[in-house]
Write a protein that binds this ligand. Structure first.
Ligand SMILES: Nc1nc2c(ncn2[C@@H]2O[C@H](COP(=O)(O)OP(=O)(O)OP(=O)(O)O)[C@@H](O)[C@H]2O)c(=O)[nH]1
Ligand SMILES: [Mg+2]
Length: 1288
């Protein structure tokens, strides 16, 4: 069964793939409606596309005019957020040829008249809707135009058989396409309209805004790729879209959490057993559908009742004059509210004369449909009757909806495009407290206080006016005559094949969506981001090359976005301006970092690189017997301990030989430490490098820090070559490692080599691209023996792995996919080009292998670095234009452009302060002046050097795209330097927070000077190392990333500065926060003879839902009860109070303080008084706001031989929660979330429990409330300390 499905998916998509690539180059007719300023004349920027849509009341829904085919055929299609395919009726379909119902007056499509029409899925298109209507036929590709945007290769459905006389433009999630449900496979998805627009560079991200005008205006607009800030009033608020239980995003499902009826006579809070109610925002549905219990309350408020004849709740048409409205609340108590007035909720039933109530209390009045109807099961729908009042932005990348009240009267326009792929909705703030969306409101019945106000003024019968509130049960009526029903529901496509049947049987069945909706709403975490890699993994990324079609959309969109949003100037465009000499220079520069799990052999590999490139004359091992030590581990401590502590930079030239031609590549290389405590070193290396070599151990594969460095590489978009080291080790299994890279790191990877011999017999590799054997020869493997003879016993394996490589490439590269589909074998040149393209595009990593210790196969790895990693002009590097609100601008590694460089690392050496600099644009000469764009200082560069570990080499000039170090520059790590003409800044790197600290003091007081000098230096060099003096205890406290981190600095103090120190017990960096809201009204009134202090502040303290790590201050004072300048002092007071929490004196995080009222005194109020009053108010409110102590939880990974599993389990049980255990052939790995507190001295316990054979690593994960007993103990201890101090 499974096989057949797969085959079907395959054949469906073969067409799609070949159709996409078959047409060759596509030229886009990009119309820029909102062309940005273009200083360099080279920018290409994605724009926004707007289309007016018309409300067709009788047909139900909003329609838009589009063009399709070549020559273009005009069509009017319904716009639908509830489905995701574009489809049109075939002009041969009987619904169009029959004249019975007027045929297809909105237009149908004649494929025989389009030169660009191409069938890509014969009989694959099959969609049905909840009202039983359907369309079936072929999937095809053709030109499609909407709102001035033209897409030449749009996949669409052709309705050969359908009972709907017009087509649709579904703009929902691609995963909601009919093909996905029909094939029951997410990998069948194709890039639908919004994704394709991104793919084609027309817009920057998969998002659009939709606003429908009011009912009378009969039109609306859809704006792809942007928002129009003039089309809404009030705030635009972001709320989460909820995924299915499988974690997939398929519909615009949001949490509807409250409903109020408001009229001149009063306000009612309406209730439902179903709150929080999952609702789908669906522009393809005319009316809105809510749970019956809630709908009935709405009907009671407005005097509507259900008519069996009409199958709808009806009310008198005159109710459109009612003054009442309904206020819809979303995403919890503090979420956005949208008011829907009655004139939007009373709809004509026909386009002719309205039917009349023939009996009952409304007798003689015209009957209209009420805009809110009932459904009996989830998901409920908010259709056009709701959406007309809401301006909605659909962000399909961040899975958020931006919502605000529509500005019906707007005549102005201010379009703001999304700046880049995955950018959040512009000008929108996130709804606070969204996790409370899951809370059930208390269920009491409304008092119907608003009811009479709804009918006042609307000319309803006197009966109604006199009816007691809430009394509609007795209402009865019938209608005057039969009438043509308006088409009220089309709505949510029922994508399951079985669903149409269910719908026809009158069962409201929503398949996937309904099964998932309610449960999904109980998820209280923010929705995860929809990234290309997540999609890739869900879509069985590696199963088949056909899956490529599915992910290409996201991948291409990301790539495009990176090029466009990031730069608005492609590297190609930059290259086009360069001289051939410059291009040649750059094409031979590689800036690379070596990063990996601890001890995987980075430094050993680097040592070989330096040796083979002739940079060092002899190889010295890490902790080798010769006592010299590896070049890159130059610090004494590194050599002793055999670990890298500081990253070290070097440069070298590699003469790469290819087909007898030698080309010299200039490689700047940084060897980084693997231990997590020194993670900042990896972070800053990744910030400035263009590519990386990720080293893995052939036995251990992907380990905990591999995952950390993977994250860092992804954070800075660094392409990588993967090198499997230690092929000589027993149990080496490179293919298992390749699989782990694919699965655990979720990046497509394939071996481009296979080993010759294994373990001790490991001799070299077979190069799968050229199909040749490469072995090392001569002393220390200095020569390479290359042969076309592949050993017979691995020939078959080589063929197999080469095919796997090609298949993998077909997944990520169009050209190889095309060859693959045509069953052609790519040439080595084509394979190489594809590997390079895919690697630089971050879609793939080629895997090479060797053994550094045995001097095997390092040179082919260097070749791979040159072949597949980018040169500085291949990757977009961005600066922020400080004069334009930090708008991103591209930097071009062109020597003659103005200089821009980043100081990424500082180091003190005997000659003074050394500043490592990455030159992004322009060049510098010795003696030249540069500007520090942070401090605005002009400085002279007296000396430029290239670093070679701890040695340096003077140079007179350094070119664009290179790395160097400069002397005598006073700056901080992360400062940007320019030539003084460009107002640019470079975004700095991510610096993790410290998790532990200890008190420290020099043993001899005479060492105080040396101590402070050393501390200043360490802090300047290492942003993760911090020092402060505790006011109360007057102790000096140092804090950092872990025990080893601090231990190393203490040791360096001793060795390098000869300062011996006393240290206290390691302490955990606790945090404090509040858990609920607490109001305060605080009066500070002090009189002491002269001028006193007077300040009154009112407001509240609450958790900061926007950011659990940051504090937020806000003023909501109306009427100027506190003047602005004092409000600023309140803010200052609050932030000061957060430095030292009330519970432990540790930092307060994730807290907000709002001031909304207060009072001043003519003479006694001052900045000081308000700051103080706020601090005191905060401290007082902290307790009632449920103040808690937070402790850091550490993600701890322990690896040990399998026999110790029991011991480790016992050790860990006491310390944390075990998250994962993986048992390998010989050893096992356990991952646990542990309290840092419990982990001090853990290495000793681990050693004892595993006879010294266990290893562990620890990384900060998040803050969580400390156990109550510990909190109590800590708070009591702190209180006692304070008390002791007071009484001292
Ligand atoms: N068997 C084997 N051992 C190796 C190989 N390469 C390195 N080692 C050993 O692995 C240990 C760690 O090597 P390093 O080069 O210091 O590893 P590293 O990745 O630089 O370590 P950190 O910088 O501390 O993260 C040393 O004992 C090396 O001798 C190899 O190819 N095979
Ligand atoms: Mg090392």
């Amino acid at each position: 069964m499974k096989g057949t499905t797969a085959a079907v998916v395959g054949s469906a998509l073969v067409g799609v793939v070949s159709a996409q690539v078959g047409n060759g180059v596509v030229q886009w007719n990009i119309q820029k409606k909102h062309k940005p300023a273009d200083p360099l004349g080279l920018r290409k920027r994605a724009s926004t596309y707007e289309e007016v849509i018309q409300n067709e009341q009788i047909r139900g829904g909003y329609f838009t005019t589009c063009k399709m085919g070549t020559p273009a055929q005009d069509l009017t299609l319904q716009l639908d957020t509830g489905s995701s395919d574009i489809w049109v009726p075939d002009s041969d379909a009987s619904v169009c040829t029959s004249t019975k119902n007027g045929g297809c007056s909105f237009g149908s499509f004649d494929p025989s008249n389009s030169a660009t029409f191409n069938i890509v899925g014969k009989n694959k298109f099959d969609i049905s809707y909840v009202d039983g209507s359907f369309a079936k036929g072929d999937y095809f590709t053709d030109v499609f135009e909407i709102g001035g945007a033209s897409l030449t290769n749009m996949t669409m459905g052709l309705g050969n058989k359908t009972d709907i006389a017009y087509g649709l433009v579904g703009v929902g999630y691609a995963l909601n396409e009919a093909i996905v449900a029909d094939e029951q496979s997410t990998s069948a998805a194709y890039p639908n309209l919004p994704v394709n627009m991104v793919d084609e560079g027309l817009i920057n991200t998969v998002a659009y805004s939709l606003w429908l005008n009011d009912l009378d205006a009969s039109d609306g607009s859809i704006l792809f790729g942007g928002i129009d800030t003039k089309k809404y009033v009030g705030d635009l608020t972001r709320i989460a879209i909820y995924p299915t239980q499988q974690g997939l995003y398929t519909s615009f499902l949001v949490a509807f959490t409250s409903l109020q009826a408001v009229s001149p006579s009063g306000t009612d809070t309406l209730t439902s057993r179903s709150f929080p109610i999952p609702v789908v925002l669906d522009s393809g549905t005319t009316l809105s559908y809510l749970p019956t219990d809630l709908a009935k309350q709405l009907w009671t408020e407005v005097g509507a009742a259900y008519s069996l004849e009409a199958g709808l709740a009806l009310l008198p048409c005159s109710m459109q004059n009612s003054k009442g409205y309904f206020s819809f609340g979303f995403a919890g108590p503090d979420g956005p509210k949208i008011n829907v007035t009655m004139d939007e909720l009373v709809l004509d039933l026909t386009d002719g004369k309205a039917p009349v109530f023939s009996a009952g209390e409304y007798r003689g009045q015209d009957a209209c449909a009420f805009g809110i109807q009932n459904f009996t099961s989830a998901p409920y729908l908010l259709g056009d009757t709701f959406l007309r009042s809401a301006y909605v932005v659909y962000d399909l990348v961040n899975n958020q909806v931006g919502i605000a009240a529509t500005d019906f009267n707007s005549t102005e326009s201010n379009i703001v495009p999304f700046p880049s792929m995955s950018a959040e909705i512009p000008s929108a703030t996130v709804a606070p407290n969204q996790q409370q969306a899951t809370a059930k409101p208390s269920a009491t019945q409304p008092g119907y206080a608003a009811s009479s106000g709804f009918t006042d003024g609307a000319a309803t019968s006197s009966n109604q006016k006199n009816a007691a509130p809430g009394m509609t049960a007795a209402r009865s009526f019938s209608l005057s005559s039969s009438f043509v029903k308006m088409r009220v529901i089309r709505a949510v496509a029922t994508l399951h094949s079985g669903r149409a049947v269910a719908a026809r049987h009158g069962v409201r069945h929503f398949g996937l969506a309904s099964r998932v909706a309610v449960a999904a709403l109980t998820v209280d975490t923010p929705s995860p981001r929809w990234t290309a890699s997540q999609l890739g993994s869900r879509r069985h990324f590696s199963e088949t090359p056909f899956a490529r079609a599915a992910v290409s959309a996201a991948d291409a969109a990301l790539k495009q976005a990176k090029e466009l949003a990031a730069a608005n100037m492609t590297p190609e465009a930059a290259a086009a301006r360069m001289t051939p000499a410059e291009l040649k220079r750059l094409s031979q520069v590689r800036n690379i970092g070596i990063a990996a799990h601890i001890d995987s052999g980075k430094t050993t590999v680097t040592e070989r690189i330096l040796f083979y490139t002739g940079r060092v004359k002899a190889i010295h091992e890490v902790r080798g017997r010769d006592g010299v030590g590896a070049k890159m581990d130059s610090m004494e401590l590194e050599r002793e301990r055999g670990i890298t502590i500081q990253s070290a930079a070097t440069f070298t030239d590699w003469a790469k030989k290819e087909n007898g031609v030698e080309e010299t590549y200039h490689i700047n290389l940084i060897d980084t430490p693997g231990h997590i405590d020194f993670t900042i070193e990896v972070e800053r290396a990744m910030r400035v490098l263009d590519g990386a070599v990720m080293v893995l151990c052939a036995v251990s594969g992907v380990q905990s820090q591999t995952i950390t460095v993977d994250r860092q590489m992804k954070r800075y978009s660094v392409p990588r070559v993967s090198f499997i080291n230690k092929m000589d080790r027993m149990g080496a299994n490179p293919f298992k490692v390749v699989e782990q890279i694919n699965k655990k790191l979720k990046i497509a990877a394939a071996a481009i080599q296979i080993p010759i011999g294994s373990e001790k017999e490991f001799e070299g590799v077979v190069d799968l691209v050229e199909m040749r054997a490469i072995r090392n020869d001569g002393a220390r493997g200095i020569n390479l023996k290359i042969s076309k003879e592949i050993p017979a016993e691995i020939k078959e394996l080589a063929e197999q792995k080469r095919n796997e490589l090609i298949e993998k490439l077909a997944d990520v590269d169009d050209e190889i996919a095309e060859l693959f589909l045509d069953e052609k074998t790519p040439t080595p040149l084509q394979i190489k080009a594809a590997i390079r393209r895919a690697t630089i595009a971050l879609k793939f990593t080629p895997v090479v292998m060797g053994s550094a210790i045995a001097d095997k196969s390092i040179q082919p790895m260097l070749d791979a670095v040159c072949d597949y990693l980018p040169n500085p002009s291949d990757v977009p590097n961005m600066a922020l234009d400080l004069s334009k609100g930090e708008a991103p601008v591209a930097l071009i590694p062109y020597n003659s452009l103005p200089f821009v460089g980043l100081a990424f690392k500082l180091e003190e050496n005997p000659y003074g302060q050394l500043t490592y600099m990455r030159v992004y644009q322009g060049s510098i000469k010795k003696g030249q002046y540069l500007f520090n764009s942070r401090s605005n200082k002009k400085i002279r560069i007296p000396r430029i050097v290239r670093m070679h570990s701890n040695e340096m080499e003077d140079v007179a000039e350094i070119g664009a795209g290179e790395i160097c170090a400069v002397f005598g520059v006073d700056c901080a790590s992360g400062d940007t330097f320019t030539d003084g003409h460009l107002p640019y800044g470079l975004s700095s790197m991510y610096v993790p927070d410290a998790v532990m600290s200890l008190s420290i003091k020099p043993k001899r007081s005479s060492d105080a000077d040396a101590f402070s000098k050393a501390m200043n230096r360490f802090m300047r060099e290492d942003p993760t190392f911090r020092l402060h003096v505790d006011e109360e205890s007057e102790e000096t406290i140092i804090s950092g990333m872990g025990e080893l981190h601090l231990e190393i600095y203490i040791e360096r103090l001793r060795r390098e500065y000869k300062v011996d120190c006393e240290t206290g017990q390691p302490r955990v960096a606790y945090r404090e926060t509040v858990t609920t809201r607490a109001d305060f009204d605080f009066l500070l009134k002090r009189q002491s003879g002269g001028p006193g202090d007077y300040a009154r502040v009112c407001g509240w303290v609450a958790p900061n839902e926007r950011n659990a790590e940051e504090n937020h201050f806000e003023t909501q004072v109306v009427g100027g009860t506190i003047p602005d300048k004092y409000l600023a002092s309140c803010g200052k007071g609050f932030h000061e109070a957060c430095v030292k929490g009330p519970l432990l004196g540790h930092k307060v995080i994730g807290t907000e303080l709002i001031v909304n009222d207060g009072a001043t005194h003519v003479t006694d109020s001052s900045d000081h008084a308000f700051s103080l009053a706020t601090q005191m108010a905060f401290r007082k409110a902290f307790e009632s706001a449920g103040g808690v102590v937070l402790e850091p939880l550490m993600k701890t990974t322990i690896t040990a031989p399998a026999e110790f599993q029991g011991n480790i389990l016992m050790l860990m049980n006491k310390r944390g929660t075990i998250v994962d255990t993986e048992v390998g052939a010989d050893d096992f790995t356990m991952v646990a979330d542990c309290s840092l507190n419990a982990m001090f001295g853990f290495s000793t316990h681990l050693r004892a429990a595993t006879q010294g054979k266990g290893e562990f690593s620890m990384e900060f994960s998040h803050y969580a409330a400390a156990p109550p007993h510990l909190q109590k103990e800590l708070v009591a201890k702190y209180a006692k300390e304070l008390e002791d101090k007071r009484t001292k």
